[in-house]
Each structure stands twice: as C-alpha cells, then as structure tokens.
Ligand binder design. Structure first.
Ligand code: PHE
Length: 503
C-alpha cells in the first residue's frame, strides 16, 4: 500500500509488542512531534496502529520552595525559635523571636500567616506563644516538599500538595503521553510492503500554472490532530470587559470622557459639595501625593462659587455646611477616589467648554481607595462613570437606564436601595444577584445631582449620574466569587489564557 511519508516513517518505527512514545518516534524519524502525532492518528483511523494515552501528573518546586528545603519553612523556623525562647510556657516578644529565627523581608509575613494557620501557636498584640504539643517533625507540607525534592512520587498528602500549590511553592501540571502500538493489520501491511506516496501538502502557484495540480495527490487535513498549544499575549479579560461596556454605552448614545488620574481635591470632592471634613476626605482614605502636593491654579470664579455653596448653600433658603473651607485643602493632589472628578470637570466647562443639554457622557477608568482588601475590595478598581444632562430627569430615567444597560449583560434583576451622597438627591445604590452565591452584591452608586453641586458648576438643567464597578459586573457575568480572581497579581494564569468576554 502507499501512504504519505510521515505515516510510513511512523509505521516503520512502531512495534507490535512494545509501545513507543510519540517523542521517541519523533526522535528516531527526525520528524516533528506534531507531525508524528498527526500521522499516528491517520494510521489509527486506518486500523494500522493503536494509540495508547496516559496522563502524567508533574509536580515541580518553585525557587522559593527550593530555598525552604534548604533552610526550613519560615513558620517552622519561627516555631523553633519561639520554643527556644520559652514561648511554649509564656508569651514572648514577637520581634525577639523573629530575630532569633533569622527571618527577614517577606519571609516574616509568610511565617506569621502560616504559623497560626497550622496551629503552631498564636500571635497577639506583638507577642507570640508556641503550642507545646505541636510537632514540626510531622509537618505535612515540609515532608511533602522534602519528598518532591528527593524525586519521590509517593507524596505525603494530596492536601499538603494543594496547600503548597496555594502558597506558590509547587506547580502542578498534567500532560497526556501518547504511545503507538502496531496492530495485526499494521503488521500484515508492513509485511506486504508499504511505499511512500508523494502527496502535496500545500498548493503553490507553480502547481496551478503548470496544471500539475490535476495529477498530484493532496494530503488530507486531520482536523482532530493535536496542535501545539500557543499562549500568545492577549488582552486582559477585564480590559475586554471594559471594551464591551464601552461598546454598550456608545450604543446607548454616550460619549467618552477623559481626565487626570491624579487630581486636585477640588475636582474630586469640593465640586461635589463634599464637605472638607467628610470622613472620606481624611488622610486615611485617600492616596495623597507628596510631590507635587498641590495643583497651582484652579478657575477662580468657580472656586468662589463652590466655596460659597459650601459655606452658605445655594438658593434663597440655602444652607451651607457652616464648616471650614480651605483653598489649600482644595488644591491638594491625590489619586482620584472616584471618576466623578471627570464628571465635575466636564459639567463645569473646564474639560470641553460649556455643554448644552442633552448630553450623555461616560468613562471607564481606574479609581483608588485605601480600602481593606477582601473578596469584594481592592485598593483600586475600574469605575464605570456616567451621566446624562437633560431637562426634567427623574428617578425613572435613572432606573430605566440601568435596566437597559445591565440587560445587555444578561443581568435582569438589578435592585435599588435608597442611599446618601452629599452630591445627589435622591441617591440609590444598585445591587445584583451573584450567580454562584445567590447573594445580592453592591454593583454601583447613583443619583440625581443636587443644586448645591450643579449651580456653582453653572449647570441649570437636571443631571443624573452614577459610578458602577467594572469588577463587580465581571463577577456577576463570570460567577467569580473573589474580586482578586478577576484583577490583580494573584490572578490565575490559566484563567487569563482561557477566559473570554463573550458578546
Ligand atoms: N462617586 C460615586 C462613587 O464612587 C458614584 C456616583 C457618581 C454616585 C455620580 C452618584 C453620582 O461611589
């Protein structure tokens, strides 16, 4: 029989009683492993070979783990030092124990967090105790690392392996190993004689112009053959989501706003009728800039009007805050805590000149807050800012806009909860149901800007506005339960490679 060259080579190399791996055949035939795999599948279709598949679990240690195999896990070093200083009887100063253990830099935090987790003792108000019954000799993570280092496949415990993986100390991967075995039919054909059939893998212009294409035999495509896995750079899923949100908002008639990431408190807060003694404006919550620490100039007229709104309110029966208002405070620079600073810049005419209603604007940009890190908070997030300027807007317009927006992402059960913002009245928080946990999670904040904000900015019609969190939308769409699974340095590489935002 006649077969394409690669198939003949594979057939000749394969044996009926000893499995040959694809790698091995590739080496012997000097063919690419992918070509061997393709040829082997063709031969299997013809019944000439059998392909045996096995999966193998590979475990490898990271550099950090190798260090620990040498020096011991940081928490064990901490425990030993603690015991040597008598912490199994009385609490000892933590600093002293860390020094005794010789722990430095990131190893300190690693030691502390694993120490308590593994029950070696407790750490409280700068003091450490050691559980006298704890046994570092039977630490399953240490034993498992040791076993891997020695190349032993019989790992101590799967659980420990999982913990080590979570700690970034081992990496696990699964590979499929294929081997080829000649079938009886294969042996028979080989004995009868197998020749190379000249096949053409690619049509060339020569083949066409010479008319030769009519006589040659074309190689068949095997669309089921394994292909090499490529992991090229790609757009981050969160960025893909942001692009999609952009498309949706542009489709709803919105224009994109741009503006500075670092801005004066004036634009971030004062223009929003946020009193200067508002809790969110203290130095704990904002990321202030040191150098430069202040913006040089602000539009004087606007500053005057904003200051007066803060002091006296607006309108005949206006009430201000009757609290101090300081220009230096307004000039101070910080990372914006929300992108409503862009809205203020646009409404005031500072960004693009005076705007006549109707107008619709949006931005999807980062905002920064000194929050406590947890499953729904990072120190930074992408805020989907938006506003509509028109005569006579009502809460129905606001709710209708959200309903229309979220429907595009398959979210049809948005709930609204009355809320308070210094700059909007009425105000609403938005909630959406998490597809996995069933919990209602906060996805945004919104409202209709108050006269105390709009009048100084020179706007004399209604403006409704909102700030939504892109990451929270992503969590509702993908079912991710932790914001750190969609954004940040702990993101899973496989997730980054495989997740797609689908329109
Ligand atoms: N700035 C608000 C926030 O960050 C969002 C918002 C914008 C609310 C505009 C109302 C109006 O939560």
């Amino acid at each position: 029989m006649k077969l394409p060259e690669a198939q003949v080579a594979v057939l000749n190399t394969a044996s009926a009683d000893e499995e040959q791996t694809i790698e091995r055949i590739a080496e012997e035939t000097d063919l690419d492993p992918a070509a061997v795999t393709g040829a082997a599948f063709e031969l299997e279709d013809e019944g000439l070979v059998e392909i045996v598949e096995r999966t193998s679990d590979d475990v490898s240690m990271t550099e950090e783990a190798e260090e620990y195999v040498e020096e011991g896990l940081p928490e064990l070093r901490l425990y030993e030092a603690a015991v040597s200083l008598g912490a199994d009887e009385d609490a000892v100063q933590l600093g002293q124990v860390i020094g005794e253990a010789g722990l430095e830099g990131p190893a300190v935090d690693i030691a502390l967090s694993n120490y308590a987790r593994k029950g070696y003792g407790s750490i409280d108000s700068g003091e450490i105790t050691a559980d006298p019954d704890a046994d570092p000799e039977s630490d399953s993570e240490a034993a498992t690392l040791e076993a891997i280092a020695e190349g032993s496949v019989a790992y101590q415990s799967d659980l420990a392996l999982e913990d080590l993986e979570k700690r970034g100390l081992v990496e696990r991967s699964e590979t499929t190993i294929r081997s080829v075995l000649l079938t009886d039919a294969g042996v028979t054909e080989l004995m009868a004689g197998v020749e190379v059939a000249e096949t053409v893998g690619q049509v060339t212009s020569d083949l066409i112009t010479s008319g030769e294409w009519e006589d040659v035999e074309f190689a068949e495509y095997n669309v089921e053959a394994d292909a090499e896995e490529l992991t090229p750079g790609k757009t981050h899923v969160l960025r893909q989501m942001s692009e999609r949100v952009k498309d949706v908002l542009v489709g709803m008639g919105f224009q994109e706003m741009q503006g500075p990431t670092v801005d004066a408190d004036f634009w971030i807060n004062d223009c929003l009728f946020m009193p200067q003694d508002h809790p969110a404006r203290n130095h704990w919550d904002r990321f202030a800039l040191d150098n430069p620490a202040k913006i040089d100039d602000l539009p004087e007229d606007l500053v005057e009007r904003v200051e007066s709104a803060h002091r006296e309110g607006v309108g005949d029966d206006g009430e201000g805050y009757h609290s101090p208002w300081d220009l230096d405070f307004a000039k101070a620079l910080a990372l914006r805590g929300h992108t409503t600073s862009l809205t203020a810049r646009h409404l005031s005419g500072e960004a693009m000149g005076d705007l006549e209603p109707p107008q619709r604007f949006f931005s999807i940009e980062k905002a920064y807050r000194n929050d406590t890190l947890d499953a729904t908070h990072l120190l930074e997030f992408f805020q989907i800012e938006g506003w509509v300027m028109a005569e006579d807007l009502s809460v129905r317009d606001l709710m209708g806009t959200f309903t229309e927006f979220y429907e595009q992402f398959g979210i049809t059960d948005v709930e609204f909860k009355p809320h308070y913002n210094p700059y909007t009245e009425p105000s609403f928080e938005l909630f959406g149901r998490h597809p996995e946990t069933g919990e209602m999670i906060e996805i945004g904040n919104s409202g209709i800007f108050r006269p105390e904000m709009l009048e100084p900015l020179g706007v004399d019609c209604d403006v409704m506005a909102w700030g939504l969190a892109l990451e929270r939308l992503m969590m509702l769409v993908t079912g991710a339960e932790d914001i750190r699974d969609v954004h940040g340095t702990l993101l899973d590489l496989d997730y980054l490679r495989s997740e797609e935002v689908i329109y």
